[in-house]
Design a protein around this ligand. Structure first.
Ligand code: TRP
Length: 471
């Protein structure tokens, strides 16, 4: 299909907002703060930043280049260069389904907390923790919010590349920035806010260990939307005259900036109120509203703003995941966009229902043999296994199966863009990154507590690789 027919980004700003919209999500505002909190703050953040610069940015540039070079989404990209690699694209599509099997559940919580902030959640600060627990374990209420969240995704993605995804990103992303700045301003002016800054920015290296390295690497991939063909797909809608290295720099820079902003929005206030940074996944939904509740009247407004920001960030990310899955059926199976989007979303809502119920009504009934609930299963499979392996696959593919000359032409727009770091990037992609990720990932994958899930994950990849030609 010609580019014009497949759809294309309308403008450079639009592309950057959409790609940054994909990257900036629950990963930055929900996950990054609680991981930093659990892993001792500064040292984790420093290591995370090193992984973003050394690994994340190079992998992002690789994905953009491979996508635009082939003009097709994830699966077609791999297939059109070397059909033995089709499975790497299919693994990405599968990851999109799996991430979308729990991401809308958390996205739904974000919408619910907008509503709850406005309707009295903050009136009883001491009950906020219990009410979060009661909410996510209840049967119907979270499902309604999840359905609303997924429905909004469908509406955006059905409208297509420039009118849907791009238009949403252009409005929502700048709004997110403003919202976070307002909250940071408030947090920094609280008494003892400096303790939060110290926690964030003065590294304590006694906290560094293998587990933390893996958490930082996984977080870098998840947060930058890498390792599953998402940025390949977005790159495929990109015009030939766009500067890929510059766009990579801007998108990963924005993603990192928002993660740090989320940290700044949360930790100074958290320390000011003498709370613990190690609350885990509940950090955003319990600690943050509690902080706001203690601020009195303005707290309600800030809480509203915060959860709107969280929802906005989640929506522009999940839209990219839905697009990866839908574009497979559009590009490879010739389905119409609406048929593809609706079919894919139907599968996702089923997974989401199971994931949401696995936290409550079905929490005593883990999946037989695997011993975990659906929510945890999908999370472990993607975050701990598929994304990292996807990162190894795309770099090995680009480094060893795509001609160096072709990559150079693509990245420099046939010589018209200068990219002095090309050889550095190429060496990283060909040798350094596959080795580094493999070491960190293997140690991590074999360290997964739930051995049956680990075996299932590796088996899925093996089966895909074996049957790749039929996919
Ligand atoms: N990056 C998003 C976040 O931080 C999530 C996301 C969107 C993602 N697309 C992805 C994660 C592709 C991995 C791969 O919330």
């Amino acid at each position: 299909m010609k580019k014009e027919q497949r759809g294309q980004w309308g403008s450079r700003f639009g592309f950057i907002m959409a790609a940054a919209g994909s990257a900036v999500g629950l990963g930055n505002i929900w996950r990054f703060p609680y991981l930093a909190g659990e892993n001792g703050g500064g040292a984790f953040i420093l290591i995370y930043l090193i992984f973003v610069v050394l690994i994340g940015m190079s992998v992002m540039l690789t994905e953009f280049a491979v996508g635009r070079m082939t003009d097709t989404a994830a699966v077609g990209s791999f297939r059109s260069i070397d059909n033995r690699w089709t499975f790497a694209g299919v693994l990405g599509v599968l990851s999109a389904f799996f991430i979308m099997g729990f991401y809308p559940v958390v996205g739904g919580w974000a919408i619910a907390y907008i509503y709850k902030s406005a309707t009295g959640l903050l009136a009883a600060p001491d009950a906020i923790g219990d009410s979060f627990g009661a909410f996510i374990t209840s049967t119907y209420e979270p499902l309604i919010w999840t359905a609303i969240f997924l429905f909004l995704n469908v509406v955006v993605v059905i409208r297509g590349i420039s009118k849907g995804i791009e238009a949403a990103g252009k409005i929502l992303m700048p709004m997110l920035f403003v919202l976070l700045i307002v909250i940071i301003g408030k947090g920094l002016t609280l008494p003892n806010a400096g303790a939060g800054l110290k926690f964030l920015f003065s590294p304590d290296f006694s906290k560094v260990n293998g587990e933390m390295l893996l958490a930082a690497l996984g977080q870098a991939f998840f947060s930058l939307s890498l390792g599953m063909g998402c940025m390949i797909t977005y790159g495929s809608y990109l015009k030939k005259e766009e500067n890929l290295p510059a766009n990579t720099f801007i998108v990963s820079g924005l993603d990192t900036l928002v993660a740090l902003m989320a940290g700044l929005a949360i930790f100074p206030a958290l320390f000011s109120f003498g709370m613990e940074p190690t609350a885990g996944p509940g950090l955003v939904f319990v600690v943050v509203p509690t902080i706001f509740a203690k601020m009195g009247g303005i707290g309600v407004i800030l809480s509203l703003i915060f959860f709107i920001a969280l929802f906005v960030a989640a929506l522009t990310s999940s839209v990219s995941l839905l697009e990866v899955a839908a574009s497979y059926f559009i590009d490879e199976r010739g389905w119409s966009r609406s048929k593809a989007v609706i079919s894919v979303a139907t599968v996702m809502i089923v997974l989401c229902i199971l994931a949401s119920l696995s936290l409550g009504a079905m929490s005593e009934m883990p999946i037989p043999v695997l011993g975990v609930g659906t929510f945890d299963l999908l999370d472990i499979l993607t975050d701990k296994i598929f994304l990292a392996i996807g990162g190894v696959l795309v770099t090995v593919f680009a480094g060893w199966f795509v001609k160096k000359e072709d990559l150079k032409n693509e990245i420099t727009n046939n010589g018209s863009v200068s990219f002095g770091l090309f050889n550095v990037w190429y060496t990283l992609v060909k040798y350094v990154i596959p080795i580094v990720i493999s070491i960190v990932a293997l140690v991590g994958i074999f360290g997964i507590e739930q051995k049956a899930v680990m075996i299932l994950g590796l088996a899925i990849i093996a089966v895909l690789a074996i049957f790749s030609k039929k996919l």
